[in-house]
Write a protein that binds this ligand. Structure first.
Ligand code: ZN
Length: 274
């Protein structure tokens, strides 16, 4: 496995340093030598998108993705059509910003069977696909840990994401592999290989899984702090042909509460060790 010796492939999600505005994040990432940024839509509220995209590029940062679209399923047809509308809006935002890809947190409705939610996810992606292609924006299906199957995502394994991407069969639809969601899966290596073979490995998100997290959403660990074998998973990712950005995505009440400059230094150090 290649060692990470510099920050040329380091991307940080704006949500990781949530207390910073998009302007602060850009300036501070850029000063720190970070090369990629994934922008969360909450960071764009009230912003002029094209100008924000220019500001990001002027700071020498590459926009990796816009987070996030998805949330397709609902037992209520009106809500399903509102979700499609919101996804089209996200595609417009990505296009204006200059983001080449949208990460999809696919959604689930606890009021209906998972199979039904999965069918609605597939229908939803197929519905927005022509619009995404027209805008030049790729869609990455992100499987979420099964603890979120009730209401955040009915796609819970890489096998399911691969299967859906294969069934949709478009070069514009692929998969985002996030170690927080997938590290436990005994089929992970096999499925990463498969994803690579299909040319569907669009994104790689990292953080760590702490034993006994205080909060299942907002207590993710910094790389090296938990039990995920990141060097091993990165070996698999790279063997599958992926050489894109390695994206640090950490939701953490604890890290958001600390000095974000110090946190950024810790991220950089932890990154080189993973
Ligand atoms: Zn992720």
């Amino acid at each position: 496995m290649s060692r990470l010796t510099d920050y040329s492939r380091l991307c940080i999600h704006t949500i990781t340093t949530k207390p910073w505005s998009i302007e602060e994040a850009c300036g501070n990432f850029s000063d720190a030598g970070v090369k990629g940024i994934t922008v969360w839509r909450n960071a764009l509220e009230g912003k002029a998108l094209m100008a924000t995209g220019r500001m990001i590029r002027d700071r020498g940062l590459q926009i990796v993705s816009l987070c996030r679209g998805g949330f397709f399923p609902s037992i209520d047809a009106v809500k399903r059509s509102l979700a499609l509308e919101d996804n089209r809006k996200a595609i417009d935002e990505a296009h204006a910003l200059g983001a080449p890809m949208i990460v999809l947190v696919c959604g689930a409705d606890p009021g209906q069977p998972l199979q039904e939610s999965r069918k609605q996810i597939r229908d939803g992606i197929q519905e927005i696909l022509p619009y995404a292609r027209e805008a030049g924006v790729k869609l990455a299906i992100e499987p979420l840990h099964p603890m979120y199957a009730a209401d955040r995502s009915a796609i819970n394994t890489l096998a399911q994401a691969n299967e859906m991407a294969a069934a949709i069969d478009s070069p514009w639809v692929g998969v985002a592999v996030d170690v927080y969601h997938l590290w436990w899966d005994p089929d992970l290596e096999t499925e990463i290989k498969k994803c690579g073979r299909m040319n569907k490995l669009f994104a790689f998100h990292i953080c760590d899984w702490k034993t006994n997290p205080e909060d299942l959403l907002n207590d993710r660990g910094l790389m090296g702090e938990g039990c995920i074998d990141l060097p091993l998973i990165r070996t698999w990712i790279e063997a599958a042909g992926f050489n894109g950005f390695i994206e640090v995505e950490i939701f953490s009440n604890r890290y958001w509460a600390m000095d974000q400059h110090r946190f950024l230094s810790e991220i950089k150090e932890a990154y080189l060790n993973c």
